[in-house]
Design a protein around this ligand. Structure first.
Ligand SMILES: [Ca+2]
Ligand SMILES: [Ca+2]
Ligand SMILES: [Ca+2]
Ligand SMILES: [Ca+2]
Length: 373
């Protein structure tokens, strides 16, 4: 630990052994309700020679020295942690995800926790957030999961307001076929309508999917942002300084994926009143090339749907051959934006030239011309 000197620098490192086998997830929360942040760690999940069903805690003595470590004992190894006061008693509780679901322990105020409550999730959870998704002030839980071979899903457990979490509601992936190895999940208001929307980063899909909240905690995919190969982490913050959040992601570049890059998708947070949707009529689809065109790295296509619908958005070369699939799944009603990066589904860069993007929905088709430099 290095403490802030107050002058914008950090002092000498103090080392506090925790007892874990390597390090997994690290969070801070106030486990004993004394007003200071305590440190929680899980074991490194590569410690496969033994099961490690513990969260390790070091309590803060109030002066950034830490008491001896102790553990919360679970049935299986915790992968990720999130702190929130689920039952509204003023004490932060702890949510963890395990191979077979979610566990909640409630803080008793003395640094100890209630026995864990299991919440089974059929798909295997890999990412976790605790945030109020329903707008009632009580934190809910969402997990990013892997189903079967490699399909990414999201499960949402709503808090009934008393701290009891309901059965998980699972959203199937509309496009990305894998969140593995990292299924980062963020809750932010992407459309400035006052509720938190969910953003899921997918390693296999090389994208960030935005699921818009209908205001009642129901979610539907509205946007897909292609961000590049091998994404490993992302943040939803105002990088451009215009007061609206953007997406920033760490990616690798093929073939070795060693050459890391940080990409920012600016202006994702949009007021519905500001969104330009030329020519959109109820029951029809007009596909607009709304990004750079001609383009070199990324471009964007926008369209709208007048109802929840199955949508397929593909890219074809001049001979009509399908060279990329940008979206294939169920979308919610409303305006949608999908980005493309000039690569085929296998990740190879397409030759420069003219391409046709084709949108197919139950009520019709539309197309737009794209020029790749
Ligand atoms: Ca504390
Ligand atoms: Ca609590
Ligand atoms: Ca809630
Ligand atoms: Ca919203």
């Amino acid at each position: 630990m290095r403490l802030n000197t107050g002058a914008g620098t950090f002092g000498a490192a103090t080392i506090w052994p925790v007892g874990t086998c390597g390090t997994g997830d690290l969070i801070t929360m106030d486990v004993d309700s004394d007003g200071d942040q305590d440190v929680l760690l899980t074991d490194f999940l590569g410690c496969t020679s033994f099961d490690s069903p513990w969260v390790w805690i070091r309590r803060n003595n109030g002066d950034a020295t830490f008491a001896n470590p102790y553990v919360i004992v679970y049935d299986t190894s915790p992968k990720e942690m999130a702190a929130a006061d689920f039952n509204g008693d003023g004490r932060q509780d702890l949510a963890t995800i395990h191979a077979n679901g979610l566990r909640i322990v409630r803080a008793l105020g003395n640094g100890q926790f209630s026995p864990y409550e299991p919440h089974p999730i059929v798909d295997s959870p890999h990412g976790l957030i605790a945030a109020d998704l329903s707008g009632d002030g009580a934190p809910d839980v969402a997990t990013a999961n892997i189903r079967g071979a490699w399909e990414g899903t999201i499960s949402i457990c709503m808090n009934d307001g008393s701290g009891a979490l309901g059965a998980p509601v699972t959203i199937r992936s509309a496009f990305s076929t894998s969140v593995s190895p990292i299924g980062q999940l963020v809750a932010e208001d992407a459309d400035l309508d006052g509720d938190r929307d969910l953003m899921l980063m997918s390693y296999g899909g090389q994208d960030i999917l935005v699921y818009e909240n209908d205001g009642n905690g129901g979610f539907a995919l509205q946007r897909r942002y292609v961000i590049g190969a091998a994404p490993s982490d992302f943040r939803c913050l105002d990088f451009t300084g215009d007061g609206r959040v953007d997406l920033g992601a760490v990616i690798g570049l093929p073939p070795a994926n060693l050459n890391r890059r940080f990409v920012v998708a600016g202006g994702i947070q949009r007021d519905p009143a500001d969104v330009q949707t030329p020519g959109i009529r109820s029951g029809s689809q007009l596909l607009t090339a709304s990004g750079a065109n001609p383009f070199r790295d990324f471009t964007e296509l926008t369209f709208s749907t007048s109802a929840r619908a199955n949508v397929r958005l593909t890219v074809h070369d001049v001979s009509g051959r399908e060279v990329a699939v940008l979206l294939d799944g169920t979308l919610g009603m409303g305006e949608h934006a999908v980005s493309g990066d000039g690569r085929s589904r296998s990740g190879d860069r397409l030759p420069a030239g003219v391409y046709l993007a084709r949108l197919s929905t139950p009520v019709g088709t539309a197309s737009a011309r794209l020029v790749l430099m």
